[in-house]
Write a protein that binds this ligand. Structure first.
Ligand code: ADP
Length: 193
């Protein structure tokens, strides 16, 4: 039996944080779509070069790219029992692949969890977010400050502001969430399995 958990929620709702906790409890890998895409950019792959401007603007990357990246990640041994999806599927156009490969599969259980956070709170959280360049740990300048400003408590790496955490891009990501991702809530509510 395989188990796939889907986390749905606006940017900044804490999907990544909850995915990491659930990953430890359930012993399933947490697959962050955004993190996998940022890895491609960091490694300067051809996908990475293509998607870099899209991430900087807060726009969704083309489905074939995200699907191939997820399929590649799921081939790793730690995903034989399933996985936690953080940030995918995030639009109705991404459901086709999801339904065919996960939802309608024998011996496969799917559960979706919705995390609700207001737009105002998202703005507060993301505009103060700092991320470690080395290990990816997240901080917030007020809610969860590092012991030394600009330095990761965990690994000593430098903290940076994600290029898409600028107020104008946060607004764009929020509108993408309301327009494209929120319709998935109804879709998952209608599922019976
Ligand atoms: P957040 O959910 O906080 O906006 P993520 O790290 O999940 O941040 O995603 C960052 C960016 O990566 C998104 O703004 C988008 O450009 C891209 N992205 C993430 N997931 C997907 C996806 N499923 N399909 C297309 N693009 C995606």
């Amino acid at each position: 039996m395989k188990f796939f958990l889907v986390l749905i929620g606006p940017p900044g709702s804490g999907k990544g944080t909850q995915a990491a906790k659930l990953s430890r409890w359930l012993r399933l890998p947490a697959l962050s779509a955004g993190e996998l895409l940022r890895q491609e950019i960091k490694s300067n792959t051809s996908w990475g070069q293509e998607i870099k401007p899209l991430l900087a603007k807060g726009e969704l990357v083309p489905n074939p790219i995200i699907e191939a990246i997820i399929a590649k990640r799921l081939q790793k041994e730690d995903a034989v029992r399933g996985a936690i999806f953080d940030g995918w599927p995030r639009a109705k156009t991404q459901l086709n692949y999801f339904v065919n490969n996960f939802l309608n599969r024998p011996q496969t259980k799917v559960l979706a969890i919705l995390i609700m956070v207001s737009d105002k709170e998202v703005m507060n959280r993301l505009s103060g977010r700092r991320v470690c360049l080395l290990c990816g740990a997240n901080y917030h300048i007020l809610y969860h400050p590092p012991q030394q400003p600009g330095i990761c408590d965990r690994c000593g790496g430098r903290l940076y502001i994600r290029p898409d955490d600028k107020p104008a891009v946060i607004k764009k990501r929020l509108s993408q969430y309301h327009e494209l991702t929120a319709p998935l809530i109804g879709f998952f509510r209608r599922q019976k399995n």
